[in-house]
Design a protein around this ligand. Structure first.
Ligand SMILES: NC(=O)c1ccc[n+]([C@@H]2O[C@H](COP(=O)([O-])OP(=O)(O)OC[C@H]3O[C@@H](n4cnc5c(N)ncnc54)[C@H](O)[C@@H]3O)[C@@H](O)[C@H]2O)c1
Length: 353
């Protein structure tokens, strides 16, 4: 068994590589990454210590992928994962990695008859209809009115049948385009591919920055000091996301691989769900309590063109099909992140402060 994890030094890729190696000690697990993300290099030691082989490779270059050799399972975790990427500049890196690079990985999976796992995103759902949801402010968060529902949305969140018409950010478009190609590869070549449309993922070893990885950024700034700001939607910090622990994502993928025939059809919304949703303001309160530090958080009312006020993942389909639900609560997640930040303080403080 050979498992290739592209983006394997990143947050999701490193955690999945380690979990696959732990549960399949006889397998050769290869984490390939170009180390573009600042902080990914910090994962190399833990990969090595666990027996995961690291290879420097850039998925934009098919010869880099070919040099990695055959594989039975290819988990595509490499990306420019920021929804703000490409705005106000040249989107070439985003498109070359998230679309062309993913196609190179897909081609490698076809060549070697490998099962392909793709981490798509909730950001495939278009921005304007999400902004048009009838949200109201309840305490410190935006919420749907009780009982409100429409096509593809309800108190459970956004489901797979939410209308896809409209723009969705450059990032979201690279991911949806990749999904379309994966669908074609399934039909044309019988490729076995799992597409998980993930909401916000979080956990230890996420190198949070202002435009990506807000849970660990928030925790790190509270613990180490630094500045934070509520951006967009009036600058109140009322915007909401559900969050899934990366270990719960691994549990799901492991289950899906045992039911591959079913898993390799359609798409699966995958997220923490309504019980694991938080607003930024609520997250601030939780981080202040844990760190004992209260940060004066700046308010920037201006909304970024790619931003949305509320996203909760309706994961009922994936839950039902694979008898899976998140085991880790938001509190567990924050406990894990704070513990990691404490233990690794000397290494992480210069990066995340
Ligand atoms: N983190 C989330 O909240 C979230 C949510 C939904 C989907 N996803 C998807 O999950 C996947 C993993 O995201 P993440 O949070 O681990 O991001 P990450 O930035 O931590 O990891 C991505 C890794 O890919 C590497 N990379 C970038 N360009 C590359 C290239 N051209 N060739 C090889 N490696 C390259 C980076 O160096 C990094 O280590 C991505 O596809 C992302 O779009 C993430």
């Amino acid at each position: 068994m050979r498992i290739l994890v592209t983006g394997g030094a990143g947050f999701v890729g490193s955690n999945l590589s380690l979990a696959f190696k732990r549960d399949n000690p006889g397998a050769e697990v290869i984490a390939a990454d170009n180390l573009k993300r600042r902080g990914s290099e910090l994962n190399l030691l833990r990969l090595r210590e666990a027996g995961v082989r690291f290879e420097h490779a850039d998925i934009r270059d098919p010869s880099d992928i070919a040099a990695l050799g055959p594989m039975d399972l290819l988990i595509e975790c490499s990306a420019e994962p920021s929804v703000q990427a490409g705005y106000g500049g040249n989107p070439a890196y985003l498109i070359d990695t998230n679309l062309r690079g993913t196609l190179n990985c897909l081609e490698a999976a076809r060549t070697h008859d490998a099962t392909f796992v793709f981490l798509s995103t909730s950001r495939v759902y278009p921005i304007d209809p999400l902004r048009a949801l009838p949200l109201e402010t309840k305490c410190n968060r935006l919420a749907l009115p009780t009982g409100a529902a429409g096509p593809g949305w309800s108190e459970y969140g956004i489901a797979e049948d939410f209308d896809l018409t409209g723009h969705r950010s450059l990032y979201g478009t690279t991911k949806l385009s990749s999904e379309h190609f994966i669908e074609e590869y399934r039909a044309a070549f019988g490729l076995k591919a799992i597409i998980n449309r993930c909401g916000v993922l979080a956990g230890p070893w996420q190198m949070g920055k202002v435009d990506q990885g807000f849970m660990s950024l928030w925790a790190a700034r509270h613990l180490y000091g630094g500045t934070l700001s509520y951006n967009g939607f009036g600058g109140h910090g009322h915007q909401v996301r559900d969050v899934l622990h990366v270990d719960d994502l691994y549990d799901l993928i492991a289950l899906q691989l045992t039911k591959a025939e079913e898993a390799t059809t359609g798409v699966w919304n995958t997220g923490g769900g309504a019980n694991n949703a938080t607003s930024l303001k609520e997250l601030t309160d939780a981080c202040s309590t844990r760190s004992g530090r209260s940060l004066g958080i700046a308010c920037n009312p201006e909304t970024n063109p790619a931003d949305i006020p509320w996203f909760v993942t309706d994961s009922r389909k994936v839950s039902r099909t694979f008898d899976w639900r998140p085991k880790r609560t938001l509190d567990d997640l924050l406990d894990n992140i704070f513990e990691w930040l404490e233990v690794q303080r000397a290494t992480l403080e210069p990066l995340l402060r």
